[in-house]
Design a protein around this ligand. Structure first.
Ligand SMILES: [Zn+2]
Length: 358
């Protein structure tokens, strides 16, 4: 009898595995988990110069303190494999629309400002701000191919999108001073994409109106909505590819749905991703840690609590370990399913965050 049961189980096993594979694409990943224990993610830039032994010792400590997974900013295979050996998920953190590397080969894909400047030649704010136009047909295809290549790698558990938006038409307020700009209104040189293709596409669906002729383009709800949709379409394409490989997609997004739309034309509530990491960097907005609760709650409410929010915390923005603990508490009280840390925590920071998540 025992033997029969074993045979039946062995026969059933492949079917069970297949059923699981065919099920929800992110079933095997913690990133889409709405019910389990609170999660802890870390954004990290790995290096080829770091040895496997060094990675092993780092990730064994992270595993001990309950880190769920890592968003790796570059494809350093030994770092991914080491993380996985220690039970962490290893996701590839990729820059999406801000891509100087692609524009160096394809300057025709660049976004164009209201003042007619291409980011391929005239990047706004800083030299690395080289944004692609989301409506250029090659842009979505290029990103989709890139994501497909990542998803084919067995050591990559998922894709984490960053810079998945337009250039900041308005910077977070505490950054104004550093750039010597007061952005009390939207300035044309930071307002994108006014390339001929985008203007024509908008005009074709809006009774021939060219956005460049609007007296107050920042007050046009349809011109804003048109641009939100362009980025949503890019994300949908990328998700379609990743999900076909049963790999989940998450994203680092602006802190709340309202702030994201207003500052960077990012309508992340409508991204078909599996988890969201809003960068609730209170210090960027001249806010106190208590704002983290307000911000996370807005995201949870806008999404109807349908997918997990992992509140992105900017470690340098906290004045003490106690304040960091408060930040984590605020995130959880706001409805976050965990936090993601920027950047690598010290051991004391890690212990404090880990204790708050228990
Ligand atoms: Zn364009």
């Amino acid at each position: 009898m025992k033997h029969l049961k074993l045979v039946a189980l062995l026969l059933l096993l492949p079917m069970l595995l297949c059923a699981q594979k065919r099920g929800k694409h992110a079933a095997s990943s913690h990133i889409a988990d709405m019910k389990g224990a609170k999660k802890l993610w870390i954004w990290m830039n790995p290096s080829q110069a770091t040895t496997v032994q060094q990675y092993d010792s780092l990730f064994s400590i992270w595993a001990k303190y309950g880190v769920t997974g890592v968003f790796f900013e570059s494809d350093v295979e030994k770092a991914f494999r080491s993380a996985k050996r220690h039970g962490l998920e290893a996701h590839r953190w990729m820059w999406t629309m801000n891509r100087g590397d692609i524009l160096a080969r394809h300057p025709e894909m660049a976004a164009v400002s209201r003042t007619g400047k291409s980011t391929a030649e005239n990047p706004p704010y800083v030299n690395y701000y080289r944004w692609m136009c989301p409506s250029y047909p090659g842009v979505a295809d290029t990103l989709a191919r890139e994501v497909e290549a990542l998803c084919k790698k067995d050591y990559i558990d998922g894709v984490h999108l960053d810079y998945v938006r337009f250039c900041d038409v308005v910077l977070p307020v505490t950054l104004w001073k550093g750039y010597g700009i007061e952005q009390k209104e939207e300035h044309g040189e930071y307002d994108f994409c006014y390339c001929e293709r985008c203007r024509k596409a908008y005009a074709d669906s809006h009774n021939g109106v060219d956005p460049l002729t609007m007296q107050f383009p920042d007050q046009s709800p349809s011109w804003r909505a048109f641009r939100y949709q362009q980025v949503v379409d890019i994300v949908a394409k990328v998700c379609q590819v990743a999900h076909s490989y049963r790999k989940p997609v998450s994203a680092a997004v602006f802190p709340t749905p309202e702030v994201a739309r207003r500052l960077v034309r990012q309508d992340w509530v409508r991204f078909p991703i599996d988890a969201v990491c809003p960068m609730v960097y209170h210090s960027f907005y001249d806010e106190q840690p208590s704002w983290i609760r307000t911000a996370v709650r807005e995201g949870v409410d806008f999404m109807g609590n349908k997918k997990p929010i992992y509140a992105g915390l900017f470690l340098s923005g906290f004045k003490s370990i106690d304040e960091l603990r408060l930040g984590v508490r605020m995130a959880i009280e706001g409805g976050a399913k965990g936090v993601s840390l920027f950047a690598q925590p010290t051991l004391d920071e890690l212990k404090a965050v880990s204790a708050e998540l228990k």
